[in-house]
Design a protein around this ligand. Structure first.
Ligand SMILES: [Zn+2]
Length: 307
């Protein structure tokens, strides 16, 4: 874990607001000069209209671009419910292992996430605990990137059980019902779908499967435009080729039955990354011992050393 980095959300968002204010003032100043130019050339009324409309537009845009930062500043001061803290400590080993300052940072990001992303149950009731597990799944893989906020995600939909490709959760003969989560595309752009029971099961004990983390890693992978097992937002270009080599070596071991990594990872590079990330965050000590090279690369990708 990177502990040396000081994270100050308040200063960060105050500075971002200040930057936006500066831009707004420059725009307003430029507009006024232009309006005065038009006014001097004797078109007084159009100049006034232009000035008023322009200033209004600058004001609206400024509000639009700073709303999120203002909302976050308010959330930073909001106390984190004690039962949420206890639930996270009991259910997410990652959170339990953080030091007090890191826990606070985690809590702040939970508040941001829950305030900004829609989390809804489809034919299933969801409570704060389920919402906390969704937020934890999002924050764990990006913990070393405190300002990362999944701009490519709008909502998370939770289903009563695993589903098939048509999002049907009905049990019918011959239906493939084994999908525990997926990143939506086309009309479900910006949507993540998760099976509620699978999400909960993923956080129980040292479960090797964690569908929450799995799907959020797909989202990270996809943030650069390609779901290819190379999360370019995190992984420096120079690491891409060695990472692919480490991946290939492990794939050979899995094929020979010489690895404890879920063979679902053989599907493609994107699934490989998502599957080994579940292992990495759920059972880092075991992974470091069993797959030191792979473990090292995941530390590089996520900028974390959870073991
Ligand atoms: Zn997957």
């Amino acid at each position: 874990m990177e502990t040396g980095k000081h994270v100050d959300f308040t200063t960060n968002y105050q500075q971002l607001i200040k930057q936006q204010q500066k831009t707004a003032w420059w725009l307003a100043g430029g507009l006024m000069l232009f309006v005065m130019g038009v006014g001097v050339s004797s078109k007084v009324l159009p100049a006034i209209i232009l000035g008023v409309v322009g200033l209004l537009l600058i004001f609206i845009l400024h509000q639009h671009y700073t709303r999120k930062y203002h909302q976050r500043l308010l959330l930073i001061g909001k106390p984190f419910p004690d039962n949420w803290h206890r639930f996270l400590k009991d259910n997410a080993a990652f959170y339990a292992n953080l030091n007090p300052a890191q826990k606070q940072q985690f809590q702040t990001r939970v508040q941001f996430f829950l305030a900004e992303k829609k989390i809804e149950g489809i034919d299933t009731a969801i409570n704060d605990e389920v919402r906390l597990l969704v937020a934890a799944s999002a924050i764990i893989p990006t913990f070393a990137f405190p300002y990362y906020d999944y701009s490519n995600l709008r909502q998370v939909l939770l289903y009563p059980n695993s589903f098939d490709h048509a999002f049907s959760t009905e049990t019918a003969p011959g239906k493939d019902r084994n999908i525990a989560g997926m990143v939506g595309n086309d009309f479900l752009n910006g949507t993540l779908l998760l099976s509620k029971p699978d999400l909960i099961a993923g956080f129980k004990g040292k479960n090797p499967n964690n569908v929450g983390i799995h799907e959020f890693v797909h989202l990270l992978d996809m943030a650069d435009g390609a779901v290819d097992g190379l999360p370019e937002i995190f992984l420096a270009h120079s690491y891409a080729v060695p990472w692919l080599q480490v991946m290939k070596a492990e794939v050979r071991n899995i094929r020979k039955g010489k690895s404890d990594i879920n063979p679902y990872s053989l599907t493609n590079n994107a699934e490989f990354l998502a599957v080994v990330s579940e292992y990495f965050f759920d059972n880092p000590e075991k992974m470091e011992a069993a797959h030191p090279e792979l473990y090292k690369y995941l530390c590089t990708i996520f900028h974390q050393n959870p073991a």
